[in-house]
Design a protein around this ligand. Structure first.
Ligand code: 5CA
Length: 158
């Protein structure tokens, strides 16, 4: 079945990185980490949540790649990025990434992020799953591939 336009964009971005991962569109919702894990048949911790925040002073976009079961510790992240962070609203997320919430992929964003932090807890899994542009599209990747495509720094974010 042909991928939707947004999912195709992600597949193309992966190919540009030389990553073999194949984007799959599932009939069930993968909008949240819990739904994605259920649809895929993996653990929620193996889901990569791509969460967009905003620097409280700079207004710049900050991306956190968090394990599905972890909650971002905004104080810890503030210390890492040098300013307080606030959760981005849906319009800001779409503007910065080019995708709607529930399908934000870890790569191929419309604008570069000021900072990208990758949850150290993700590194323990042999395979991870991330969103691929829509609330029904995902792809499987390794932690090494996540580091490559998302860029950024591994950090304790929870
Ligand atoms: N497709 C799955 C992973 S495969 C996914 O995108 N999960 S997620 O966690 O990265 O995206 C959902 C997240 O978007 C929620 O955890 C929440 O942090 C954020 N979110 C949901 N609704 C809003 C909203 N109205 N404004 C800002 N952020 C929101």
């Amino acid at each position: 079945m042909e991928l939707s336009e947004s999912a195709q964009k992600v597949q193309k971005a992966l190919a540009e990185w030389g990553i073999e991962a194949r984007v799959v569109e599932l009939p069930d919702s993968t909008r949240t980490a819990i739904e994605a894990a259920q649809a895929i048949g993996c653990t929620v911790s193996q889901i990569v949540k791509s969460l967009v925040f905003r620097g409280a002073e700079s207004g710049a976009a900050i991306l956190i790649e968090a394990s599905g079961t972890n909650r971002v510790n905004e104080k810890a992240v503030a210390a890492l990025v040098g300013e307080k962070i606030v959760k981005a609203d849906a319009d800001f997320v779409r503007e910065q990434t080019g995708y709607a919430i529930g399908g934000i992929p870890p790569l191929g964003h419309a604008h570069p992020m000021k900072a990208v932090l990758i949850d150290e807890d993700l590194l323990q899994y042999a395979e991870l799953w991330a969103a691929a542009g829509t609330p029904h599209a995902v792809f499987r990747l390794t932690p090494a591939e996540l580091l490559k495509i998302a860029g950024g720094t591994v950090a304790a974010i929870k």
